[in-house]
Design a protein around this ligand. Structure first.
Ligand SMILES: Nc1ncnc2c1ncn2[C@@H]1O[C@H](COP(=O)(O)OP(=O)(O)OP(=O)(O)O)[C@@H](O)[C@H]1O
Length: 317
């Protein structure tokens, strides 16, 4: 790997499919030893970006350097230093856990002794040590994802690319997963992950938000939350949908979103807004339990940013 402090560098990376610019001039970098999260709504371009960085899809324009290799010149060279776990990792369902690991170890040319040691460690960390002889097809969804990670890590990559690795995974398995990721960071591995879970985005060193192939933000979770223009009000109510419809578009409110058992609003002036909201909701014959100001979450910022971007660029794509 080169002396650069960045393990991944994208410069104007662009990819179009018929009728859609899936990735539109992306420029950002991931430092060595960093865990970097890519988030964004469905179709934002996350998977396309990952596929280009993994060297399995050529960009139309722009460049990317991964582990010191310029992918436009030597994507094959980069592949020896990358592990890529796509959304559907290729497990062989009719093979056992051990046999799947052995298959990938052979593919990556991992020597036998190293393979034994590493797979024992990884299976232990994944809470799967007692499932070694189970057929992969008989594992739960979370276990399959964890086995995919074990296979992807059977050689030691410099850069790990993960595409929604914990999608549909139960909370306990997600915790195992993140524990393994942090262990890798201690070993100096650089991790770029996409995620649909914003609590996972908060665990990354830095996060970028993609929308329609473009990057809207890139910063630490703390800086992102601090940058929200306005304050967040939480409204607890039994039936949030009619309340949302009533408040959407009201003066002084930029975003209304349903979260858990109520709504979050992004507002300019929270103290003035609280009594106004109470009377507006009561006058419409609706009810709510509590309205209070809360600390902004990454989700608040992202929903606000995506809605703002839609208003600015609506229908352009
Ligand atoms: N092989 C392809 N052929 C045509 N269009 C594609 C192809 N791959 C992706 N797209 C389109 O490119 C856009 C970006 O898709 P991409 O899968 O990268 O988004 P994403 O952010 O990963 O979303 P998701 O989480 O839903 O997969 C979408 O409009 C998608 O339909």
């Amino acid at each position: 790997m080169s002396g650069s402090e960045n393990a991944i560098e994208l410069n104007g990376l662009t990819k179009s499919f018929p009728g859609v610019r899936a990735v539109d001039g992306l420029t950002f970098s991931v430092r060595r030893g960093e865990i970097f999260g890519l988030v964004g709504p469905d179709g934002a371009g996350k998977t396309t970006t990952m596929r280009m960085l993994a060297g399995v899809l050529a960009p139309d324009e722009g460049s990317a350097v991964v582990a010191g290799f310029d992918l436009n010149r030597d994507a094959e060279g980069a592949k020896h230093h990358i592990s890529y776990m796509p959304q559907r990792f290729g497990l062989y369902e009719e093979l056992t856990v051990d046999e799947n690991i052995r298959f990938y170890a052979d593919l990556f040319g991992v020597p036998r002794r190293e393979r034994e040691e590493r797979s024992a460690q990884l299976l232990q960390a994944a809470g799967m040590a007692e499932f070694r002889s189970r057929l992969a097809g008989k594992l739960s969804g979370g276990m399959k994802q964890k086995l995919g990670l074990v296979c992807a890590l059977i050689h030691t990559p410099e850069v790990l690319l993960l595409d929604e690795p914990t999608n549909g995974v139960d909370p306990v398995s997600r915790r195992d997963f993140w524990r393994i990721l942090y262990t890798l960071l201690d070993q100096g591995v650089t991790i770029l992950t996409t995620t649909a879970y914003l609590d996972e985005a908060e665990r990354c060193h830095r996060v970028a938000l993609l929308h329609e192939g473009r990057m809207l933000f890139c910063d630490t979770p703390a800086n992102l939350k601090a940058s929200l223009p306005g304050a967040v009000l939480s409204i607890v109510c039994a039936d949030p949908r009619p309340v949302r419809d009533l408040l959407a578009g009201m003066d002084g409110i930029s975003t209304v979103m349903i979260v858990g058992d109520g709504l979050h609003l992004v507002v300019r002036d929270p103290q003035r807004m609280i009594p106004e909201l109470r009377s507006r909701i009561a006058a419409a014959g609706l009810s709510c339990d509590a309205i209070e100001q809360v600390a902004p979450s990454i989700e608040d910022l992202f929903v606000e940013a995506v809605q703002g971007d839609k208003a600015d660029h609506g229908g352009e794509r």
